[in-house]
Design a protein around this ligand. Structure first.
Ligand code: ZN
Length: 70
């Protein structure tokens, strides 16, 4: 049986997620980064790096800034 894609380790009968777990995962990711706008920024900078539009050093600096919420 496939495992739920949220990382909880529970088996799913059908589909990628147990009921409600997709939304839980979305919420957890948002909270880990510090909100939806910061999550969008994180995706944007990693995408720029992947497309060779940013150096590794630049990526590192921006990722640290994004997580610097405390
Ligand atoms: Zn799950």
């Amino acid at each position: 049986m496939p495992e739920c894609a949220c990382g909880c380790g529970e088996p799913t009968k059908k589909g990628k997620y147990l009921q409600g777990h997709e939304q839980q995962l979305r919420k957890q990711l948002e909270e880990k980064v510090g909100g939806l706008p910061l999550l969008a920024s994180l995706v944007k900078v990693t995408q720029m790096y992947a497309q060779d539009r940013m150096s590794l050093e630049g990526l590192g600096r921006l990722v640290r800034l994004i997580y610097q919420k405390d």
